[in-house]
Structure formats: structure tokens, C-alpha cells
Design a protein around this ligand. Structure first.
Ligand SMILES: [Zn+2]
Length: 284
């Protein structure tokens, strides 16, 4: 059946004209409720200690005080608390997956560009990498396969999991594009750069063999950075996936029968609610 975690408090901040806008959570929340996937509040409340699993000592404080400079990633009052709510969704989804239920965290801000001491690309805390780290802390020896299908390279995640035992990471992304990395693979991080204009069929022809390499590492659980900005109508990127491609990606992940959870990353088109619903049709 699947479980969705969301908190509408994460739809209460935003900068005028910024693509990472509140509707992404509020309208998707509405749509999923109508589709029978009514979200629950997180079952786990993330703490500063959770953030410190991978981020530097002063990172959360810098989010609170706005002591950072990234043109794409504004400082907002109370942003540390909102970032922790978003992290709570990822931790809850990871825990729910481990208990046997495929799960999605529908929250903002996203996380996959955030590094150890760095906010970047609309991201403050790296929700997915932290959820993976907490799962490994709870269950030592747990092997995690991370799949990032956001149109941008998951550079923050790569920086946090590179060389980490028991983790394999796959990112498919348009290249060249922000953040400019991901042209080549490194260690346990497999990168699949794709040219502008890549459509759904060509995307899946790249996805399947690369995902096969992640499965060859025999993960116990799949952790998915679910970005929907590879969609053909997305305003900030140039791949050409349609709605059904996301369902097919979800189905490829589900057919492994592995425990699995996904965390919302990007996706800036007004169709985002439909894309998330389509993905869940395959993923749950
Ligand atoms: Zn993105």
C-alpha cells in the first residue's frame, strides 16, 4: 500500500519568484490525499544530533542564523526548524521502509545538494544521506543502495557517501548542468550523465543497466532521491521525461521487492503533484 509522510508546516516558507515554492508540498499533499495516499505526520522527530551524523558541528546553527552565502538558497527565519521537519520525514520514511512498508517523504526543503558544511541548490540538510546514516547506525552492517533520479547531479550526497562502507550511489542527471559535477563515476558513486533532450525511453535504457550495477552490490534497502525536474515541462532543466516515465522508474525500483523509501528532491513544474502520484503508482 505504501506510506507517505508530510507536514504542511514545510509549505510555509518561500521567496517570491523562487521555483522551490510552497505549492510543491501543499498541492501534492492534496493530490495524494485525493488518490488515497493521505499523508501522515512524521513518526520520528529529527534532532540536532541526527543532523550531526554527517554535517559539521556549526552547520545547523548557520542555517538558523543565515550565516551562509548561496544565491539559490536563501536564509529564512526558523529555517533550521523547517529543515529538521523535512529531515524528520526522511528518517520516518527510512524507518517505515525497514519495517516493511515502502514510503515517501513529501517535504521541503530538498537535500541532495547539501554537503558537510554547505547549503546549496535550495538544499540545507542532506535528508536522504542522513536517513541512510541513521539506518546504518540503527542496524550496523545494513547495505544501502541510493538511487538519485533528480535531473541534477546529487553532488552533496556523493560528497557525504563517497567511500562509505555498505553504501552504493547512483545518480542519473543532465550533463552539463548545475552543479557541474557528475561527469564521471568515483569509487562507490556511479554517475550517468545524460545529454539535454534525453527522452523517457532513452533515459530508461540508461537507467536499467546502471541500476543493475547497484543491485549487484546486494543492498538490503533502496533509498531514492526522487526529483521530478527531468520532466519535459520542467522550467529549469532540459530532459524530456513524461509522466509515465516516473511510473516506470517506480516500478523498476519496486520489482526488486527490496525495502524502499523515497525522499522528494526537485521538480518545479505545476504538474509535480501528478508526477509524484504517477511515481507512487509504480513504487508502492
Ligand atoms: Zn534538481
Amino acid at each position: 500500500m505504501g506510506k507517505v509522510f508530510s507536514d504542511l508546516k514545510t509549505a510555509r516558507y518561500g521567496a517570491s519568484g523562487h521555483p522551490e515554492a510552497p505549492f510543491r508540498v501543499s498541492r501534492t499533499h492534496e493530490r495524494l490525499t485525493a488518490a488515497g495516499h493521505a499523508p501522515s505526520l512524521p513518526s520520528i522527530a529529527a534532532t540536532a544530533e541526527d543532523a550531526a551524523l554527517l554535517h559539521g558541528e556549526g552547520h545547523l546553527a548557520s542555517i538558523r542564523t543565515g550565516a551562509f552565502l548561496d544565491a539559490d538558497t536563501p536564509a529564512f527565519p526558523g529555517m533550521d526548524e523547517i529543515a529538521l521537519i523535512s529531515l524528520s520525514g526522511a528518517l520516518s520514511a527510512g524507518s517505515s521502509a525497514l519495517a516493511g512498508e515502502a514510503s515517501l517523504s513529501l517535504m521541503r526543503p530538498p537535500g541532495h545538494h547539501a554537503g558537510k558544511d554547505r547549503v546549496a541548490g535550495f538544499c540545507y540538510l542532506n535528508n536522504l544521506a542522513l536517513a541512510a546514516a541513521r539506518l546504518q547506525k540503527t542496524k550496523p552492517g545494513l547495505k544501502i543502495g541510493i538511487v538519485d533520479f533528480d535531473v541534477h547531479h546529487g553532488d552533496g550526497t556523493q560528497s557525504l557517501v563517497l567511500g562509505r562502507p555498505g553504501v552504493s550511489f547512483l545518480s542519473l542527471h543532465q550533463f552539463p548542468l548545475y552543479p557541474g559535477t557528475g561527469g564521471e563515476s568515483a569509487g562507490n558513486c556511479l554517475n550517468v550523465p545524460l545529454p539535454e533532450g534525453t527522452d523517457g525511453d532513452r533515459y530508461l535504457r540508461s537507467f536499467e543497466p546502471a541500476f543493475g550495477k547497484i543491485l549487484a552490490t546486494k543492498p538490503d534497502i533502496l533509498a531514492v532521491s526522487a526529483g521530478f525536474d527531468a520532466y519535459k515541462e520542467d522550467p529549469i532543466a532540459g530532459l524530456k521525461l513524461d509522466k509515465t516515465t516516473f511510473k516506470r522508474i517506480g516500478a523498476l525500483l519496486a520489482q526488486t521487492k527490496l525495502p524502499r523509501f523515497a525522499v522528494l528532491e526537485g521538480g518545479y513544474s505545476e504538474d509535480l503533484p501528478l508526477l509524484v502520484e504517477s511515481f507512487l503508482d509504480g513504487f508502492f
